[in-house]
Each structure stands twice: as C-alpha cells, then as structure tokens.
Design a protein around this ligand. Sequence first.
Ligand code: ATP
Ligand code: MG
Length: 235
Amino acid sequence: MLLKLGQLTAAYGQAIALEKIQLQIHPGELVAILGPNGAGKSTLLKVISRAMNSHGTLEFNGQSLHAYSTEQVVGLGICHCPEGRRLFPELSVMKNLQLGAYLRTNRQEVENDLTRVFSLFPILSERQDQIVSTLSGGQQQMVAIGRALMGDPQLLLLDEPSVGIAHRLKMEIFAAIRKICDGGVAILMAEQDAQSALHIADRAYVLEHGSVAQEGSASGLATDDRIRKIYLGVG
Ligand SMILES: Nc1ncnc2c1ncn2[C@@H]1O[C@H](COP(=O)(O)OP(=O)(O)OP(=O)(O)O)[C@@H](O)[C@H]1O
Ligand SMILES: [Mg+2]
C-alpha cells in the first residue's frame, strides 16, 4: 500500500472539513476524488501533503506522515500541485521547472526528468524561456504539473487540473496525466469534471460534506445510476 488514510479527520478551527476518511492508493494507481464545491477535496490533498494538520491514520509506504513537514513530505516522494497552481509568474518556464527539483542532488536524473516533462508537454520545450504569466491558462497548468514531476514523486497530488481550461488543452492535459501514471507515478486527482476524470482513472472516491459518500472502480462509478444523475448529468 502506497498511501493509507483511516478515520482521518481535519478541521478549520471549529469547522470540520473531513470526517473519518478511509482511503487507499496502491503504487502506480490513478485515483480520482469527485464531489461538489466545498466537499473537502482540496482539504484532503492539503492534509496528505502536510499543508494542514489532521487526526487519524495517515501513512505513506507504511510510515506515519503526521510528524513530517510539507518540505519533508516532498523528500519522501509526495508532490502537490495545488489549486490555483502557485507558480512563480515572473520567472521563465525553465526556472519554474527547475525550482520543482530544488531538493534533488542527482543532476543527471533531474536532466532526465526535464526531458520527460518536455516529451509530455512539447509546447513547454518550445516556450522554455517564456515568462510564465504570459502563457495561456492551459499552458500554465502544464508547467504546474511539470514542476511537480520535477520533484520525482511516487505520488502526485493534482487539484482540479482542468479548471478554467479550453477543451482541447484539457484533453491534452488529461492524456498526459494518464501517461504519467502509466510511467509508474501514482496519482490522486481532485476533479470537478467527473466524466473526464472517470475516463482516465482506475478508481474514484466521491466526497460529500467531508465524508466518503461512494467509492469504486472508475468504470463501475461511470455506469452507476446515482453518479450518472448527480455528477454526469444524465439519466
Ligand atoms: N482556509 C479555510 N478556512 C476555513 N474554512 C475553509 C478553508 N478552506 C476551506 N474551507 C472550508 O472547508 C470545506 C471544504 O473545502 P475544500 O476547499 O476542501 O472543498 P473542495 O471540495 O476543494 O471545493 P471546490 O470544488 O470548490 O474546490 C468548505 O466548507 C470550505 O468552506
Ligand atoms: Mg478545491
């Protein structure tokens, strides 16, 4: 088991945002987190990357994460691509990508991962000297995913990778996410676009009001009556 959450609870002050979450990810799996606005999807990713405190079981490769800082968690192999991307807008594409590798010391491996990012997103190779704030939203999302990959993750946390992005780029980004996973990186992805998410994911969890309302294989959920009605707008 790569990641194991059990009875996991988190709150903003008095307001409980996650309650008794049970969730597992196996190595190399692509798992989607679906759910409406305010369900707790971003909070769940923040808790795993230790950007926020929680109570309960939170284990990565059998080791509890509670004692680790956000930075130490990156060193263990968990990279978080947060909501709103948090890039350095005044720096170039290349500089942003290099900053994703700041904890790494093996220059050759970093160079190989840069090649991997450019083969996933060829446009970034063409635009490597461009200032990030002048890229389109979709291209900035590619930089954000690329930067997270430069941390050499075993587990990549993606928060709404497709939000606000034009259809064509969105499809390109989802295809790249599937490729990243096929290359051996496990992915936990929060996503509002349930249809696209279920199309590429292996499994999914549906969060509602901070709890897991449903879980299952992506293909099973895609044909589930309740999911189809609420999240896919059909049936
Ligand atoms: N910094 C914060 N301080 C207080 N409450 C917060 C904070 N961030 C989120 N919340 C609350 O926690 C709950 C879960 O929020 P969260 O951002 O995790 O939802 P989400 O599923 O990611 O929603 P969205 O789809 O809109 O991104 C919501 O009720 C939200 O209002
Ligand atoms: Mg969110």
